[in-house]
Design a protein around this ligand. Structure first.
Ligand code: DX5
Ligand code: ZN
Length: 218
């Protein structure tokens, strides 16, 4: 199966956001990955609704919103209104994860749950059947351009087992330090969606880099 590719807009040139989004429209990217950071859940602040609405104005592909924020349940409807097709919340930020997943799905968006590198996939045992996606962080969230954490491969295997055992429809997204070198093994282990930020936007030919990632085989 061909992977879905979700370039992270966080690594794009914010001073030329329209051009960057139009480049992604033309590319073989499947989704636009939108990283929202609140300076509380993670030690960094990215951008909020006005910028996301500006992206929405030009985006012709689904928006995959990754909320690295505390109390995400306060903002689900607003992110949906700002164009989110998939909304992922961190398990570490949710006291009532099942309720928040239902809240996301009630807006018509797909619900994802994101896990930090230290968080065991076994914690999803009792909610996996309700999820559309699991986002495994392969770096500690907060910044683009970090080094890929190898333990991710093992987590994908464990998550894949859990998904099969529980007969879940959830797909697996990998986020952080993804590049052409680790993509094939990530896909072989069971990843369905690859997020790539700096690898795409620091390359001399982002369109070609996205096309190459898309051709990575399982
Ligand atoms: C990190 C973000 C990632 C980031 C990926 O906190 O969730 O989506 O933008 O960037 P790279 O691909 O550069 O690691
Ligand atoms: Zn992300």
């Amino acid at each position: 199966m061909t992977p879905l590719i979700a370039p992270s807009v966080l690594a794009s040139d914010f001073a030329n956001l329209q051009a960057e989004v139009e480049m992604l429209n033309k590319s073989q990217a499947d989704w636009l990955h939108i990283d929202i950071m609140d300076g509380r859940f993670v030690p960094n602040i990215s951008f909020g609704f006005p910028v996301m609405e500006a992206i929405q104005r030009y985006a012709q592909k689904p928006m995959d919103v990754h909320l690295m924020i505390q109390e995400p349940e306060l903002y689900i409807e607003r992110f949906r209104a700002a164009g989110a097709d998939t909304i992922s919340v961190h398990i570490e930020a949710c006291n009532h994860l099942h309720r928040t997943v239902q809240q996301i799905q009630a807006t018509g968006a797909k619900a994802g749950v994101a896990l930090n590198p230290h968080t065991s996939v076994q914690l999803l045992e009792d909610v996996i059947q309700d999820l559309d996606m699991v986002l495994l962080m392969s770096v500690n969230p907060g910044f683009g351009g970090q080094k890929f954490i190898h333990n991710t491969y093992r987590k994908i295997e464990a998550l894949k087992d859990l998904i099969i055992t529980r007969n879940s429809k959830a797909i697996i997204e990998i986020d952080g330090g993804v590049n052409q070198d680790n993509a094939p093994l990530l896909l072989e282990k069971g990843a369905d969606v690859l997020v790539a930020g700096s690898f795409v936007f620091t390359s001399s030919d982002p369109l070609q880099t996205i096309a190459d990632l898309k051709l990575s085989s399982k």
